[in-house]
Ligand binder design. Structure first.
Ligand code: MG
Ligand code: ZN
Length: 199
C-alpha cells in the first residue's frame, strides 16, 4: 500500500512529507506558519493524525489549506492504508506538497512507510539531546531533522552540537535545520527546503 501511495504521489508530482516527532514538539505550529508563508506560491494539502479530536485539523483549516483529520483511537501511528483512504477526501493538485502530520510518538511511526517522499523528524530543545541515542530507529529513518523552539535555548539545558553529533552517529546522511516557529528565526531555511523539493 505504501508503494501504491508513492506511485500515486510521484505520478502527480506531489511532494509528500511524513512529519514525525514526540508529542508537543511543535509540528502543528510549524505547519501553520509554513502554510501561511507558502500559500501565495504553492498548492498544499494536509493529513492530520491524532488519537482523538480534530483540533489540529481545525488549526490547519484556518490557514485555508485542505485538510483531513485521521483519528487512530487506541492506535499510536498512521499507516499507508489510512493515508490512502484520506487521499480520496482531499482535492489533489499536481506540483503540490502534502504534509502528513503523524501521531506524536517517537517509537513505532519509524516502522511504518506511508509512501512519503521524505520523512521529517522534529525535535525541540525542551527534549533531551540524548534522544537520537535512545530512539535511533526514528533518527535512522528520517531525511531531515528540524530542531525547533531555538528561542528557548537560553532557558534549557540542551546542547545543539551534541544532539547533531548523536543523530549523525545513527544516521550520517541526516540533514538539520534549526528554527523557532514562534519567532520565525530559521523558518526561511525550512521554507527554502520545501520550495526546492516541489517539482
Ligand atoms: Mg499536532
Ligand atoms: Zn504505533
Amino acid at each position: 500500500m505504501a508503494a501504491r501511495n508513492r506511485g500515486f504521489f510521484e505520478g502527480r508530482n506531489i511532494f509528500c512529507l511524513n512529519l514525525v516527532s514526540s508529542p508537543g514538539s511543535g509540528k502543528t505550529t510549524i505547519l501553520e506558519k509554513t502554510m501561511l508563508a507558502l500559500k501565495p506560491e504553492l498548492r498544499m494539502m494536509a493529513i492530520e493524525g491524532d488519537q482523538q479530536t480534530s483540533l489540529d485539523a481545525e488549526r490547519i483549516m484556518a490557514t485555508g489549506v485542505p485538510v483531513v483529520q485521521i483519528n487512530t483511537g487506541m492506535g499510536c501511528h498512521l499507516d499507508a492504508r489510512m493515508v490512502n483512504r484520506a487521499m480520496t477526501d482531499l482535492p489533489t493538485a499536481e506540483h503540490s506538497i502534502l504534509f502528513i502530520e503523524n501521531v506524536g510518538n517517537l517509537v513505532c511511526p519509524a516502522m511504518f512507510d506511508l509512501g512519503e517522499s521524505k520523512r521529517v523528524l522534529i525535535i525541540s530543545v525542551t527534549e533531551g539531546d540524548d534522544k537520537p541515542l535512545k530512539y535511533p530507529a526514528m533518527f535512522r529513518s528520517a531525511h531531515l531533522c528540524i530542531i525547533n523552539k531555538t528561542d528557548l535555548l537560553p532557558y534549557v539545558i540542551f546542547d545543539v552540537e551534541k544532539v547533531i553529533q548523536n543523530a549523525k552517529s545513527v544516521n550520517p546522511e541526516l540533514e538539520f535545520i534549526q528554527l523557532s516557529a514562534i519567532t520565525g528565526e530559521g523558518m526561511g531555511d525550512w521554507l527554502e527546503w520545501c520550495r526546492r523539493s516541489v517539482k
